[in-house]
Design a protein around this ligand. Sequence first.
Ligand code: SAM
Length: 249
Amino acid sequence: AGGLYFVATPIGTARDITLRALDVLASADVIAAEDTRSLRRLMEIHGVPLEGRRILSYHDHSGTGTRDRLMAELAQGKSVAYASEAGMPLIADPGYDLGKQAAEAGFTVTCAPGPSAALTALTLAGLPTDAFFFAGFLPNAAGARRSRIEGLRDIPGTLVFYESPKRLAACLTDLAQVLGGDRQAAMCRELTKKFEQIRRGTLADLSAQYRDATVKGEIVLLVDRAHSPAVNDADVEEALRQALETHSV
Ligand code: SAM
């Protein structure tokens, strides 16, 4: 059926693609990708033939030319599949502008979901999963990075960051300084790949471990929410007694 199909691709292990994602890639009238080479390779690995179709290169910021073309295909009732380089499209990846425009124009927009580094890391980090905040990549400049972290200080959920290995040490130092070194955190590296690694500890521990380390690979950093100081029953009773005294005449 016609419409826009967002297709999730693996974040490391080729076999993490879903059967439905392969079906969508096999049957779409038009295929577009953030990285045409990696999608072509993935389709080859799984034996999905292109059959005369060309993979169009599309990125939200690469001008409106390709987007107009994809919209025109949708207007003709065609099915358009879109994949980003890895994981879920739109999650720190392109696709948002395309999806928004297609939905506003009244086309069906659907998704063949699959792996995403944020949810994979959250599953493994050992931090609370009942509420979490995806903060994406922190800014490069130190000042902007610190003020972004300050804005996240009181969020009542686990914070999830995407990070580059080069900036890991600087980022951990800033997180420890701004949020406090005693918060629990986890560094998740190379998820689903051969050298997958999870390091858990306080922000102080992790920033000390990585201060002078050379790290490679892809990284998700997670930080526990702020915990308010424990309140004991005696304090509550005393506060109530005082409140009642003030209000009785
Ligand atoms: N769309 C992707 C998703 O759904 O996770 C994210 C794309 S974003 C441009 C790339 C960043 O995601 C990397 O810099 C890293 O922070 C994180 N990432 C992607 N794959 C990863 C993996 N296998 N292990 C750890 N982090 C990963």
